[in-house]
Design a protein around this ligand. Structure first.
Ligand SMILES: [Zn+2]
Length: 283
């Protein structure tokens, strides 16, 4: 009999509590720094372009998620990926204030719990999916979560019907490889690179019936991708590529194939989400 995976259906089930004296002390110090920053920050009135990303919107985090979207909309307009790309490529300093919101990996909660909120609030979003995780069998999910120590339990992933439904609404489907591969580890393997990048693009386009031209590379730091991976992404026809490096987006300066993003997760307190939305720690 195949093992039946049990899935985390709340944020508390998905992410482990902070344990150990040292980790708790570091976490408390970080929380204090963020609290101090929140007290210092003012509402944003200058132009900015800022990309934000998360992984999940569990049902228990919906109230915070909705409160965050409402607060952020007071300071900037959420734009979809083609609009973001146009703002960056335009090259002139924009006098607008813009957010872009994405979700990595392809967890079902983003569509199920977060989708109705984003439809309500008219906030466009893009889900960067690792295609092998969509409609995934238990063994594939087990292999993925074995490499994801951040989670203490498996998180349910989308099925293709949900992904397609998201893309016919206010959502977009972007590419995050097939297997959540670390591209810097497979840069020497052209066949594997093609499968993970052009292969995943074809799978998404086959299921969704729309062009997929946005990519986010797994793990997202500069050391998780190399020149072979970057070339394969451009060769496959992607016209934007997102990192997970915190930073400001600067029209005419930011490379559309290396767009910085701020991570946030919606089980964090609202003031912490706003600290990142206002560009804390931007280079
Ligand atoms: Zn990822």
């Amino acid at each position: 009999m195949p093992a039946t995976p049990t899935f985390a259906e709340t944020a508390a089930e998905a992410w482990p509590p902070i344990s150990g004296w040292g980790a708790r002390a570091r976490s408390a110090a970080r929380a204090a720094r963020i609290r101090l920053e929140a007290l210092k920050q003012r509402r944003q009135t200058e132009p900015f372009v800022r990309c934000l990303y998360a992984h999940a919107v569990f049902p228990d985090t919906v109230p915070t998620f909705r409160a965050f979207l409402k607060a952020a909309k007071q300071e900037g307009e959420f734009v979809d990926t083609p609009t973001l790309r146009a703002i960056i490529a335009d090259g002139r300093p924009s006098d607008g204030r813009f957010f872009h919101l994405s979700f990595d990996d392809g967890f079902a909660s983003v569509y199920e719990a977060g989708g109705p909120v984003m439809e309500d609030e008219r906030v466009p979003y893009i889900m960067f999916v690792a295609t092998d995780l969509i409609d995934a069998d238990p063994d594939t999910l087990a292999a993925y979560f074995a490499h994801m120590p951040a989670y203490q339990a498996r998180v349910r992933t989308l099925d293709w019907d949900q992904a397609k439904a998201a893309a016919t609404g206010i959502g977009e489907i972007g590419c995050h490889t097939r297997t959540h591969a670390r591209l810097s580890k497979i840069g020497h393997d052209p066949a594997r690179l093609t499968d993970e990048i052009a292969g995943a693009k074809a799978i998404i386009e086959g299921h969704i019936g729309q062009r997929c031209d946005s990519f986010a590379w797994p793990y997202g730091t500069a050391s998780d991708i190399d020149e072979h991976g970057r070339a394969a992404i451009a060769d496959a026809g992607f016209t934007s590529n997102f990192s997970a490096v915190r930073g400001a987006v600067r029209p005419g300066v930011t490379d559309v194939m290396d767009i910085p993003r701020h991570q946030l997760e919606f089980h964090w307190p609202l003031h912490e989400l706003m600290v990142w939305a206002r560009g804390f720690r931007e280079a």
